[in-house]
Design a protein around this ligand. Sequence first.
Ligand code: DX5
Ligand code: ZN
Length: 235
Amino acid sequence: MSKLADFPKGSIVVSPSLLAADFGKLDEQIAEVTAAGAEMLHLDVMDGALVPNISFGAPVIKPLRKKSSLFFDVHLMIEHPLRYARMFREAGADLETFHIECADDIDATIAAIHALGAEVGISLKPATPAEAIFPYLDKIDMVLVMTVEPGFGGQSFMADQLPKLAAFRKEITRRNLNVRLEVDGGVDEKTVRECAAYGAEIMVAGTAVFRHPEGMATAVSRLKDAASLLNTKVQ
Ligand code: DX5
Ligand code: ZN
C-alpha cells in the first residue's frame, strides 16, 4: 500500500479521475493511464444524496485494486462515510476523502479511517468556506478543494475557488502541518497553472486526461509541465 509521503513534497502529482474513462473497458483504461505516467487514480464515489448523481462503489473498485499498483485516491461524495469507511478500505483505498458537509461526526470519521490504516482527506463544496476544515487540519493528511459543484465530470473550472486554495496553503504553512493540497474539477493544461500558483500539488483531472485528443501520455505530461512552470505564489 502506498502513502502520500511516497510523493515528494514540492512535486506535482496527477491523479486522473476514472469518472471520465470508458467504463466498458476499465482495465485497459487504467493500464493506459499508468503507462502515461499517472501516479494516482482518483475514484469518484457518488450516492445520489450528498451530490445529485450516482457513480460506482466498492464492488467496482475492488477488482481494479488487484490489477493496479497506483495510489487509490478515493473521493467519497456520500452522506455516511463513517458507515462505509471499512468497505472502501477493504476494496483497496489508500486514501479516503470525505466531505465536510456529510451527516457523520467528523472526528469519528477521521479516527475510523486512520484506524483502518488508510490516510484521510476532507473535501468541501464551492459554497463551504475553508475555515470549516481548519479545526481538523492537524488530524488529516490531505485537503481536497472542489473547483466545480461535485456530481459531474466535464464542468468548467471555477476560478473563484482559487483564493480558497491559497487560504489552505497559507494555513498549512503557518501551522507547519504535514497536509497535502489537492484540487478537483475542470483542471486542464490551462487551469492547472493557476492551481499550482495558488498552492495545489495534487491535480485531479478527468476529461483532460481520459478524453485528451492527443492521448493520455500527452495529457499527463502537459499537466505536469504546465504546473511545474510556476512556483507557488502563496507560501
Ligand atoms: C466531480 C468529481 C471530479 C470530476 C473531475 O464531482 O469529483 O473528480 O470527475 O472531472 P473533470 O476533470 O472532467 O472536471
Ligand atoms: Zn473527485
